[in-house]
Design a protein around this ligand. Sequence first.
Ligand code: NDP
Length: 435
Amino acid sequence: NKRNPHQPEFVQAVQEVAEDIFEFIEDKEQYHEAQILRRIAEPDRVVSFRVCWEDDAGNIRVQRGWRVQNNNAIGPYKGGIRFHPSVTESVLKFLAFEQTFKNALTGLPMGGGKGGSNFNPKGKSVREIMRFCQSFMTELYRHIGADIDVPAGDIGVGGREIGYMFGQYKRITNNFTGVLTGKGLEWGGSLIRTEATGYGAVYFLENMLATRDQDLHGKTAVISGSGNVATHAAEKIVQLGGKVLTLSDSGGFIHDPDGITQEKIDWVKAHKTHRRGRISDYVDEFKGATFHEGKTPWGVKCDVALPCATQNELLGEDARQLVANGCIAVSEGANMPTDLEGVHVFRDAKLLYAPGKASNAGGVAVSGLEMSQNSERRSWKEEELQQMLKDIMAGIHARCEEYGKRDGDYIDYVKGANIAGFKKVADAMLAFGVV
Ligand code: NDP
């Protein structure tokens, strides 16, 4: 706290990891001597910059942009860019720290980073968004590169924004390289990148359920969010025979007791992305559903839950409610959606609980595969990528299992993910010397 005043999200993320790491390194002098945990918790650098842009009315607007390069011990910095008014240095430092562990867990050679701006894309015209992205990249370009730091999308940054930023990078540098991921298929993007995070979170859930000889068939699922991750998680649950009961956005959640089918998910996707609509409109479209303004969906009885909206959206009280309602598994699609108290509730109840750094790593994993395809200048087939994603999620599950076993059969995925991610990065850092 003293080292990072006014950075609650960052301190929370480090605290959560430190609890497990301290236990792991207790008898391992090499990590203490080199102060490895401290070094991972201090970003290599934080670049902060001004972003000026002109709105449609001709006003000059000023925003702040950041790129946090946390750690590149095992590969180039890699992590998304977020455009949202809630973005602060603390939020980006927490995300870059988490990303370091997540990327290590995928087994691919990627370091950890994150970036973004407090720019609010809501209500902005397409031209305004384009001008903002161009201005953002006009500064960012000097800090990134295909072998240095490879940003991607995140909240508020989808394929359109990546296009504007990539176009600006190319214009400034005259280089067509894989400097960003999440690109369009015509210009270096990878198949299944859009679906990867949501699908991956469900594959991870399947792996967890299998440890108790169960699968998703006939299970009810509560999902938060209605963006990229939430809608694709919903889609995969439906494909695997489960029933999705809820989706949400920052206005509240919808509950559809008949189940949110593929047709309904397609409507949500189109409504939220193309029409930029609200999830509350769902109830006008589909009878039998109800909208709960300003609420999160965790009180709805379910077998499995997937928080897929944002950080700290599932609190201790919500976690207790899920456990009391008989929920058996939670797979996080978002980053740190469960607060520290909620995490303790799930771990104490020995729920099958996957932290985002393990369960939502499918997105960055396919981004890693996009980098490989760019380096090879070729595109892999959809079936190949689907299989690779499944294998990568199974691999992450196995790594968590290796380090997270406790009390007989119970797997503490938080502990497993923290230790497995830490060990890989820490050993690489040690190989480079103690200072
Ligand atoms: P999107 O922007 O596509 O969707 C975000 C969703 O979360 C929207 O439904 C949004 O509602 C909702 N939301 C945002 N802020 C809040 C809030 N304060 N309270 C309630 N709901 C909120 O983002 P993604 O789906 O891409 O990302 C969701 C989460 O997953 C984030 O934590 C992200 O970091 C994480 N993630 C994403 C990856 C990816 O590949 N996309 C990879 C790994 C992690 P509204 O429309 O009202 O804003």
